[in-house]
Each structure stands twice: as C-alpha cells, then as structure tokens.
Design a protein around this ligand. Structure first.
Ligand code: COA
Length: 145
C-alpha cells in the first residue's frame, strides 16, 4: 500500500532518484538532507515498500512563512490524488504551526501544475522575469488559509 509520511534522512538516495524522474534534474544530496533536518514535518513523501513515488519539500523562510520548494508525483501514479494529499498534509502542518500562508514558484509554461495549484486554492501573486536558470519566467503563487 502507498502512504504519505515524513521524509527521513535515509530516504535521500531514493528521493533524489524520484526527483530526477519527475523534475528532470539531479539534486544535491547534502542540500536535501539539510532541508529534511531543518523541517522534517515539512518534507513529505509518498512511500511504497522501499521506494519513494512522490514528494513535497518545504521550508520555513520566515517565522510565519512557508514555501514549497519541490513537489512531484511519479508519472505512473498521477491523477490519483497523491499530489492533492501531499499538499493538504503540508498545509495541515503549516496550520498546526500557526503559519497562515504558503508560497511557491512555478514556470509560466507548466500549465498542468498551474491548473493543479489553482484547484488547490493558490492565486498568482506576481510574475518573475527570467527567474529560472534557463531564462524562463515564473509565477509566485500564494495560498492563505
Ligand atoms: C503537479 C503534480 C504534482 C500533481 O500530482 P498528482 O498526484 O497527479 O495530483 P492529483 O492526482 O492530486 O491531481 C491531478 C489531477 O487529477 C485529478 N484527480 C485527483 N484525484 C483523482 C482521482 N482519485 N481520480 C481521478 N482524478 C483525480 C485532480 O482533480 C487533478 O485534475 P487537474 O489535472 O484538472 O488539476 C504532478 O502532475 C507532477 O508531479 N507534475 C510534474 C512535476 C511538476 O510539474 N511539479 C510542480 C513543479 S512547481
């Protein structure tokens, strides 16, 4: 059975593999380990046996401010509600900690992700010109709860 739990330091290798598949980029293990240690309750994974099939990695960048850095679900299990559950669990954790809002960035051309975020109650806060390494623009999205 697949279930959602906090990420643990031992998940880093499997997490990197899954992030590579879903986001198309190889992330630094030390950076991920740091994020998991900084806010374990803000780093959640979809777990199946020994594999990671989805993730949401967040940080608290100010005391009352949470940001989602990475969100992805393995393409084999998309459209089954895991992305929604990851985000809902993340927001529940924010509410528990008294954090009233979450921000994230998305490339302007990632229409499926934008549709997903809109359904999850996010709104565009601003456009970010040439925000990404490859020169793409982004949007900052925000949801208050
Ligand atoms: C964005 C992403 C995380 C969504 O994950 P997901 O697990 O597919 O999300 P959900 O299943 O909760 O919702 C996706 C869609 O399935 C629908 N859905 C949810 N539960 C469902 C179910 N049980 N049965 C059928 N459809 C369902 C949702 O309504 C939603 O519809 P939409 O496409 O119109 O928005 C995923 O598409 C992904 O990893 N994309 C690539 C990486 C990426 O772009 N990340 C964001 C970068 S900022």
């Amino acid at each position: 059975m697949m279930y959602i739990t906090n990420a643990e330091p031992g998940d880093v290798p499997s997490l990197i593999e899954n992030m590579g598949q879903t986001l198309g980029k190889l992330y630094d293990p030390g950076m991920l380990l740091n994020l998991i240690n900084l806010w374990p309750q803000g780093c959640l994974v979809v777990r199946f046996a020994n594999n990671i099939n989805g993730f949401i990695i967040g940080v608290k960048d100010k005391p009352n401010n949470a940001k989602v850095l990475y969100l992805g679900v393995d393409n084999k299990i998309r459209n089954q509600g895991f992305g929604t559950r990851l985000m809902q669990k993340f927001i529940t954790q924010c509410i528990i900690e008294g954090i009233p809002m979450v921000r994230l960035e998305v490339t302007t051309d990632n229409i499926p992700a934008q549709r997903f975020y809109r359904k999850m109650g996010f709104n565009i806060e601003k456009r970010l010109t040439a925000f990404y390494e490859d020169g793409k623009d982004g949007f900052t999205l925000v949801r208050y709860f």
